[in-house]
Design a protein around this ligand. Structure first.
Ligand code: ZN
Length: 330
């Protein structure tokens, strides 16, 4: 790619290397306009525009490398024209400061600070980043004229009964039928439906921009270069179809659906998670099991069976320490 701008040749390296230039833009030979909007934020618009808008984000947790690598390769393929582009596309690398240090976050979990919750933590480095990202997607979605989609790509920090799963944010409006049909075609084992507002990026884009949004957990955290990208073939094919404005060719596969019934509340440093520290996501517990305790608080399984997802007793007080989910019959 002799004439490819460094932004497009290696979006990740360009982002990580602290370029003093904040805004760079150009046009590809196929007419696609691209626009680097600063720190890990890159917009593509087809020559004649589009009424479909798509946000693809990764690295909201800085050490979740596999989806970052997928997006980086996607940018390269758009730049060469190998990957067709038929939608307005915003690619976003989330916690760039944490990515530079290969850690999940510096001070606060960025994926708890959206929905304007960063305003309560003005001194956190993640609060500034959450504000930047909220502003970038507001500008992008405010200029949208039709359907809006957002896939927020993650990898989990612990083993899971389902190596890939999706999490739909709480919505008072119905979920988009087309998004649900797409999610059947990217090799997910499970889909969780959240029960309440949250400070996640997917909740933010859904709630504040009426985007059809989903958080996707795609296997386990590994260092850069050590990901088995074949594990991500399903989601990669889906993203590429959405970018090209075509239907994915993957056959539909059923997944299990779960709804969130509760979140574990960490009120103080006395919080105790009554489970092994390496418990896998989706481990099931029968009615009556004591899951967690804190000052004046205990969580006991009240449904016939509940499963735990994202348990993390080390979060700061006031932050959710896990979700409890039950399977729903489709
Ligand atoms: Zn994550």
């Amino acid at each position: 790619m002799p004439h490819t701008h460094p932004v497009l040749a290696d979006f990740l390296s360009f982002t990580l290397s602290h370029h003093p230039i904040d805004i760079v833009k150009g046009q590809l030979t196929n007419g696609v306009h691209w626009h680097y909007l600063g720190d890990g934020i890159l917009e593509f618009v087809p020559q004649h525009g589009s009424d479909q808008s798509l946000v693809l984000s990764a690295g909201i947790h800085g050490n979740e490398t596999a989806p970052i690598e997928l997006l980086n390769t996607l940018v390269q393929n758009i730049a060469t024209g190998e990957q067709p582009l038929a939608v307005r596309l915003l690619m976003l690398l989330g916690n760039v400061a944490a990515m530079r240090q290969n850690c999940r976050y510096l001070q606060d979990d960025l994926n708890r600070l959206f929905d304007h919750r960063h305003q309560k933590l003005p001194d956190s480095p993640e609060a500034q980043r959450a504000a930047n990202i909220e502003e970038a997607i507001a500008q992008f979605f405010d200029a949208a004229s039709g359907k809006k989609y957002h896939l927020d790509l993650h990898t989990a920090i612990r083993p899971s009964s389902f190596s890939r799963f999706g999490l739909l944010p709480y919505q008072s409006r119905p979920y988009d039928a087309y998004l649900l049909s797409l999610l059947e075609r990217c090799d997910l084992g499970a889909l969780l439906i959240n029960h309440a507002p949250a400070g996640t990026f997917a909740y933010h884009s859904s709630q504040h921009h009426s985007a059809e949004s989903v958080t996707l957990e795609l296997g386990k955290v590994q260092p850069f270069g050590q990901n088995q990208l074949a594990e991500f073939a399903g989601i990669n094919a889906l993203m590429r179809a959405m970018v090209a404005g075509t239907e994915p060719t993957t056959a539909a596969q059923p997944y299990k659906t779960f709804k969130v019934v509760a979140q574990l509340e960490k009120h103080s440093e006395d919080f105790v998670l009554n489970l092994p520290s390496d418990v896998a996501n989706f481990t099931a517990y029968p009615k009556g099991t004591l899951i967690a305790t804190d000052q004046g608080y205990e969580y006991i399984v009240s449904h016939g069976e509940e499963r735990i997802v994202f348990p993390n007793p080390k979060v700061k007080p006031g932050v959710r320490a896990g979700l409890m989910v039950v399977e729903v019959n489709n």
